[in-house]
Design a protein around this ligand. Structure first.
Ligand SMILES: *[C@@H]1O[C@H](CO)[C@@H](O)[C@H](O)[C@H]1NC(C)=O
Ligand SMILES: *[C@@H]1O[C@H](CO)[C@@H](O)[C@H](O)[C@H]1NC(C)=O
Ligand SMILES: *[C@@H]1O[C@H](CO)[C@@H](O)[C@H](O)[C@H]1NC(C)=O
Ligand SMILES: *[C@@H]1O[C@H](CO)[C@@H](O)[C@H](O)[C@H]1NC(C)=O
Ligand SMILES: *[C@@H]1O[C@H](CO)[C@@H](O)[C@H](O)[C@H]1NC(C)=O
Length: 366
C-alpha cells in the first residue's frame, strides 16, 4: 500500500543520509547508542505487550504519576534508571522494544529489551516475562537489520560504539522467596551452584552480544534483597542490620562477588571488551540509611504487600504524601528520585561505586 511505500522511502532517506556522511545533520558525530537489558529496574513498558501477570506489570495508576502523568509500564512514580542514563548521554528517551514507539528512529539511538520479572535463567517467571536469552535474541534481530540497512561497516561501528547496560539476577534469587512468602526462605541448593548458573548464563549472552560487535558493557549488581519492603514484610525483620544478615542478601553477595570476577576474565579473553559494574547493593543500603524504609505505595507492614494500584488481589492500598521522601515507590522498586540518584552514580562516580569505569567513561571511550 501507499503508506507502507512512503514509510520505506522515508526509511531509505534516513539511512542513506547516515551512510553517505557521518557528519550528516541526522546524527551526532560520535554517535553512541544505548541498548538496555534486564528486569523491572530497567523495564520501560515491554511487559505491557506480553501476556504477563499484574504482579509483573505496572500499567495502571498510580504508577507514572510524577513525570509522565500516566502509567507507562515503568515500575516507578516516574522515570527509571535508563531514562536518566539516556539523558546524561544526550540521547532521546530509549523506547521499549515491543512498544509501537520502539522502532522510532530505527533503533539508531538504541532500544530497551528489559522485562519486569526477568532473570538470567529461563525458568525465572517462565511464560510471564521476556527472559534474558529472549531479549538477546531480539537484539540479534536488530543487529541484523542494522547490517542490512547500513552495511557491515557502519553497523559494526554503531554496535561497537554502543553501550549495553544490564540489571539482571535479582529475580533469579528473589523469586524463590517471593513465591513462598509464608513458608520462609528456601533457596535452591547448593547456593554457589545456583549462582554459577546465573553467572554462566549472563556470560553466554555477553559473548553473544560481543560476537554481534558489542564491546562496552555496564552492569548493576544485585540489591540487598531482604531490604526490599516486600521481603522485609515477609520476614518481618525490623532493623537494617537484621536485613543485611538474611539469606536472600547472602546469595546476592555471592552473586556480587562472582560478577566482577567473570567480567574481568572476559576482559582478558575478549579483545576490546570494556565493562563497568555499579555497586547497586551498597548504594541502596547507603541511601536507605536516610529516608523511610517504607514503600510509598502499598499496604501492610512497610507497605510491603505489593498492592500498589489495587490490581494484584488486594484492592486497598495507601499512597504516601511525599514520594520524594522514599527510596521505594512500591514494595520492590525505587522512586524516581532514587532512580535518578542511582543513575548519577552509574554515570559519573568512580572507585567506591563503579569498577573499573563509570558509564560516562565508557560512553566517551572509542
Ligand atoms: C569523536 O571522537 C574522537 C575520537 O575519540 C575525538 O577525537 C573527537 O573529538 C570526537 N568528536 C566529537 C564531536 O565529540
Ligand atoms: C495468558 O496467561 C494465562 C496465565 O498463565 C493463561 O491462562 C492464558 O491462557 C494466557 N493467554 C494467552 C492469550 O496466551
Ligand atoms: C516453599 O516452602 C515449602 C515448605 O516450607 C518448601 O518445602 C519449598 O521448598 C519452598 N519452595 C521454595 C521455592 O522456596
Ligand atoms: C544456564 O542455566 C541453566 C538453567 O536454566 C543451566 O542448566 C545451564 O547450565 C546454565 N548455563 C551455564 C553456561 O551456566
Ligand atoms: C513483626 O512481627 C511481630 C510478631 O508477629 C509483630 O508484633 C510486629 O508488629 C511485626 N512488625 C512489623 C513491622 O510488621
Amino acid at each position: 500500500s501507499m503508506s507502507i511505500l512512503a514509510f520505506y522511502l522515508s526509511y531509505f532517506i534516513l539511512i542513506s543520509n547516515y551512510s553517505l556522511s557521518q557528519s550528516s545533520i541526522c546524527l551526532p558525530k560520535n554517535h553512541t547508542a544505548l541498548f538496555i537489558f534486564g528486569d523491572s529496574l530497567f523495564d520501560v513498558g515491554n511487559n505491557n505487550y506480553i501476556n504477563s501477570s499484574t504482579f509483573l506489570q505496572a500499567n495502571f495508576p498510580p504508577y507514572g504519576e510524577t513525570f509522565f502523568n500516566y502509567p507507562t509500564g515503568r515500575f516507578s512514580d516516574g522515570r527509571v534508571i535508563p531514562d536518566f542514563i539516556a539523558e546524561y548521554a544526550t540521547l532521546p528517551l530509549i523506547q521499549a522494544y515491543l512498544s509501537p514507539a520502539g522502532f522510532q528512529d530505527h533503533y539508531i539511538y538504541g532500544v530497551n529489551f528489559a522485562s519486569a520479572g526477568a532473570g538470567a535463567l529461563v525458568e525465572t517467571n517462565q511464560g510471564l516475562v521476556i527472559d534474558l536469552k529472549a531479549q538477546v535474541k531480539y537484539f540479534t534481530e536488530v543487529s541484523k537489520q542494522f547490517r542490512q540497512k547500513l552495511g557491515d561497516e557502519e553497523a559494526k561501528k554503531l554496535l561497537s560504539r554502543a553501550i549495553y547496560i544490564f540489571s539482571i539476577g535479582g529475580n533469579d534469587y528473589g523469586t524463590p522467596f517471593l513465591t513462598n512468602l509464608t513458608s520462609g526462605a528456601v533457596l535452591p541448593c547448593p547456593q554457589q551452584k545456583f549462582v554459577d548458573y546465573v553467572i554462566g548464563n549472563i556470560t553466554a549472552v555477553i559473548k553473544e552480544i560481543y560476537n554481534e560487535g558489542g564491546r562496552k558493557f555496564g552492569f548493576v549488581n544485585v540489591g540487598p534483597l531482604n531490604c526490599f519492603p516486600l521481603l522485609r514484610m515477609a520476614i518481618n525483620s525490623t532493623s537494617l542490620s537484621a536485613c543485611l544478615e538474611e539469606e536472600a542478601s547472602a546469595i546476592a553477595r555471592l552473586h556480587n562477588n562472582a560478577l566482577p570476577k567473570m567480567l574481568h576474565g572476559l576482559e582478558k579473553q575478549l579483545k576490546g571488551f570494556k565493562y563497568s559494574v555499579t555497586d547497586f547493593y551498597g548504594a541502596l543500603i547507603e541511601l536507605m540509611k536516610y529516608p523511610s524504609k517504607y514503600a510509598c505505595c502499598g499496604g501492610g507492614p512497610y507497605r510491603g504487600d505489593n498492592s500498589c494500584g489495587g490490581k494484584r488481589g488486594i484492592e486497598e492500598y495507601e499512597l504516601c504524601n511525599n514520594v520524594n521522601n522514599n527510596v521505594f515507590f512500591d514494595s520492590l522498586h525505587p522512586t524516581e528520585i532514587a532512580a535518578e540518584h542511582f543513575a548519577k552514580l552509574m554515570w559519573s562516580r568512580n572507585g567506591d561505586v563503579n569498577e573499573p569505569y563509570n558509564l560516562k567513561e565508557l560512553f566517551h571511550y572509542f
